[in-house]
Design a protein around this ligand. Structure first.
Ligand code: CA
Length: 242
């Protein structure tokens, strides 16, 4: 203990992984980075541990006994948004897309290096911190309202549940109405990845936003990237119509 310097409370990460050697290697590395880590070895135990520990982040294996990672992801995201880094053994695009669509914020395909894992964990947490430190206020896209303080989303009178990454992506686009972002700009500015990898990640999250909020919410600018639907432009052109 260093007297006078109150240590910041350790952030908690829950690792849900049935392969014990991977679980303990991941936990050991995260503990060495200063995180408090709890391990759960199957789906139901993972859900229970998350409810009790209220972690700051979850590392979640896709292939789990009991409940698979997709169902676990749905359940732990149900009550409160928590960033999820999904581990997948199968390097198939479908698995990644499915995983991201149910609310994982990022994924790593096994085998991965612990350096890579730690980098992803820090990037995810930085993103959540940055969003929490935002100035607050309400952003609007069409009939959708994003409260950047409470991170609640309303469409008309309905509350819509977005994962932390979906929220950050839409808030970023909505905060720059009409501006078109390339996938690598979004990876850099929303995800905090500067190496430009993971364009499919952006596409998956855009698909999830459209599924939850309608196809119009995010516009594809072919050959360039994405933009939030610019309602002010739509309204102007409506006034001028015929
Ligand atoms: Ca597994």
């Amino acid at each position: 203990m260093h007297p006078g310097a109150a240590p910041a409370p350790a952030r908690t990460i829950v690792v849900i992984e049935d392969e014990a050697p991977i679980a303990s290697a991941v936990a050991a590395r995260l503990r060495s980075e200063g995180f408090a880590v709890e391990i759960a070895a199957d789906g139901p135990a993972g859900v229970e541990t998350c409810e009790r520990a209220r972690p700051d982040l979850v590392v979640l294996d896709l292939m789990l006994p009991g409940l698979d990672g997709l169902e676990v992801c749905r359940r732990i995201q149900h009550d409160r948004p928590v960033p999820v880094l999904m581990l997948t053994a199968r390097d198939s695009e479908t698995d990644k897309v499915v995983g991201l669509a149910v609310g994982a914020d990022d994924y790593l395909t096994k085998p991965f290096s612990s350096r890579e894992l730690v980098a992803r964990v820090h990037a995810l947490l930085r993103r959540v911190d940055r969003a929490a430190a935002g100035t607050g206020g309400v952003l609007r896209v069409d009939d959708v309202q994003l409260d950047t303080t409470s991170r609640r989303v309303q469409r008309g009178n309905d509350t819509v549940h977005l994962t932390p990454t979906e929220f950050d992506l839409l808030a970023h686009l909505a905060g720059h109405p009409g501006q078109v972002f390339t996938r690598s700009q979004l990876l850099d500015q929303v995800w905090g990845y500067s190496d430009g990898s993971g364009a499919r990640t952006v596409d998956s999250h855009v698909r999830a936003l459209r599924r939850k909020l309608g196809d119009e919410i995010v516009r594809t600018v072919h050959g360039v990237g994405y933009a939030a639907r610019d309602t002010s432009v739509a309204a102007d052109s409506g006034d001028r119509a015929s």
